[in-house]
Design a protein around this ligand. Structure first.
Ligand SMILES: C[S@@+](CC[C@H](N)C(=O)[O-])C[C@H]1O[C@@H](n2cnc3c(N)ncnc32)[C@H](O)[C@@H]1O
Length: 551
């Protein structure tokens, strides 16, 4: 601890008292050496902890370092005497480096997009959390003192994350009422203001649903220098926090842990709680609408953890988008392409994101390649749960000029190849009584896209829909669902080629959405069809074309 610094956390008090005990022991020759050396060891362990956490945690950004320095260098006594602040604000109440990084980490772990801070001071915690938010994330900071908003704003303006922060001055409870009236909700709330009001803020947040299901509240100072568990404390704030901790512990709407970081941070998470049956969760557990099918809320039912998937044509474009989406949702993904370099590259991309992946080279128009692909996946990962048959080709010609070679090559990949993949994957899936097959058809299965001429493509993709419907009904009672997606015109580099560029304007006038599809527009559909959430869907053609087939 720096000399002259006042102890403020349980650990700092431990260090202070150990130092005093050690000084007394050292001055007394009658104290056994063993006691002195034990005291020294305890002191070394306790006094080194905060520094070590500081060194080993992510370092603060430049704007945060500047904010910290500016706060430390400011004469808060003088500011208060000049009447610029209502209260004399101790600079020690700043959220420091490690706590700031912990908050930022929690923001990311909760995937928070909307944050509320109650008690901003000079904005160190606010900016730390804002750094963890995505680009479109928002943080509302409540602060009593207008002076502090003016103090923090110039540094917020220097940070690329400062624009995410809105400061509301005045009593926090007034702001909470305003936010509730406006129907706002926050994925994460940081309570760090006047201690006796913690419980009121907490109750208001839960009672008015400012905190949604699975939302998280972090609360600072909940160990309050150890006074929450020391017997003989007369401290008003210590008592308030003791009551607060107990109230939260008894509240069935939440679960909580208290982390012994600095002066203690509670992490409180909202969980579903039925109106009836306070005595336990047994009675309503049969209500799948309340608790979610198999106890999983809807977004969890879209997860693909533990599943084995493959995507053909995954070296680029739509297939690459599908491979990323399935991997992000938790599946292991075999990236299949006839170009080994492309397959390797996408498999490597997935791996860099922490997704288990493998590259497989296969030309799906060749039956032995298709079987080898399935065998390679089964031998590495034991099975196949999700088959994404996406590879396809498109050749253009006027129908009177379409050669049999073009027709055959198109059908060999788009329809015969897709069938062979369905059959090879289906055999594995039927044996295990579970599988999800998702074929890539096309909007061309519904309408005749124009003005380009692509008879073989359109016809083959119509065949993919009928293949999907037939397999989807034939295999559903053995646990294998077969569906397809039909994308509209997707914005890939191909579209911007010299020959196709003039067609883009024409297409745009045919699309109610007013734009081409991006690969990312298709990703949620494939995850849905691959997940248990779509178990009752089979033989379906999920059309994603910005409304084009309806005009
Ligand atoms: C411990 S400091 C907050 C530290 C801050 N979270 C950080 O990251 O550095 C407490 C802040 O709460 C503010 N405050 C206290 N009572 C308040 C109230 N009723 N409404 C709004 N702000 C309040 C104080 O002005 C002070 O700036």
């Amino acid at each position: 601890m720096q000399s002259g610094k006042v102890s403020d956390t349980p650990l700092e008090f431990i260090v202070e008292y150990l130092s005093k005990a050690k000084a007394v022991a050292d001055a007394d020759p009658s104290i056994p050496q063993e006691l002195k050396s034990n005291l020294q060891q305890a002191l070394d362990i306790a006094s080194g902890l905060d520094d070590y956490l500081g060194i080993m945690s992510n370092q603060e950004s430049q704007p945060l370092a500047e904010l910290y320095r500016k706060t430390m260098d400011h004469d808060w006594q003088k500011v208060h005497e000049e009447g610029k602040t209502l209260f004399r604000l101790p600079k020690e109440c700043i959220t420091g480096h490690v706590e700031g990084q912990v908050l930022k980490m929690l923001v990311k772990m909760c995937r928070a997009r909307r944050i509320l801070e109650i008690g901003m001071f000079t904005g160190y915690g606010a900016l730390s959390m804002a750094e963890g938010l995505p680009e479109d994330g928002r943080l509302t900071a409540c602060e009593m003192e207008p002076y502090l908003k003016d103090f923090a704003q110039p540094i917020f303006d220097k940070s690329p994350h400062g624009k995410k922060i809105t400061v509301k001055t005045g009593p926090a409870m007034d702001t909470l009422k305003e936010l509730a009236a406006a129907g706002e909700q926050f994925d994460m709330v940081f309570i760090d203001a006047d201690k006796p009001n913690y419980i009121n803020y907490y109750k208001f947040l839960l009672d008015h649903n400012l905190l949604p299901m699975h939302g998280v509240i972090c609360v600072d100072n909940t160990l309050f220098k150890g006074k929450v568990y020391l017997q003989d404390t007369a401290d008003r704030n210590g008592h308030a926090l003791r009551e607060f901790n107990r109230f939260v512990q008894d509240d069935p709407r939440v679960e909580q842990v208290i982390l012994p970081l600095r002066d203690g941070i509670s992490v409180i998470r909202r969980v579903p709680w039925p109106l009836a049956g306070k005595s336990g969760q047994d009675a309503p557990s049969r209500d799948e609408v309340f608790w979610g099918a198999l106890g999983k809320p809807i977004l969890d039912r879209l997860r693909l953890d533990g599943k084995v998937a493959y995507v053909t044509g995954a070296g680029q474009g739509i297939g690459r988008g599908f491979a990323h989406a399935l991997g992000e949702a938790g599946a292991r993904v075999a990236v299949v392409d006839m170009d080994p370099a492309k397959a390797e590259k996408v498999a490597e991309e997935l791996s860099l994101k922490g997704i288990q992946s493998m590259a497989v080279t296969a030309d799906i128009s060749m039956s032995e390649d298709v079987q080898n692909m399935i065998d390679a996946i089964v031998s590495k990962w034991g099975t196949v749960h999700i088959a994404c048959n996406n590879a396809g080709v498109n050749m253009n010609s006027a129908s009177e000029d379409t050669s049999l070679d073009e027709w055959d090559r198109t059908f060999a990949v788009n329809l015969r190849g897709t069938f062979m993949c369905c059959q090879a994957a289906g055999r594995v899936m039927l044996k295990q009584g579970y599988g999800k097959i998702i074929n890539t058809a096309s909007m061309a299965s519904l309408i005749v896209p124009h003005p380009q001429k692509q008879l073989s493509y359109n016809t083959s993709k119509s065949g993919v829909v009928k293949l999907t419907q037939t397999l989807g009904t034939e295999w559903i009672d053995r646990g294998v669902r077969v569906n397809c997606v039909s994308p509209g015109i997707v914005d890939t580099p191909l579209i911007h080629s010299e020959s196709l560029r003039p067609l883009v304007q024409r297409w745009l006038s045919d699309i109610p959405a007013g734009r081409l599809a991006q690969v990312t527009d298709l990703q949620a559909a494939v995850v849905y069809l691959a997940s248990d959430a779509s178990d009752y869907m089979t033989g379906h053609n999920l059309v994603i074309e910005g409304g084009q087939s309806l005009w």
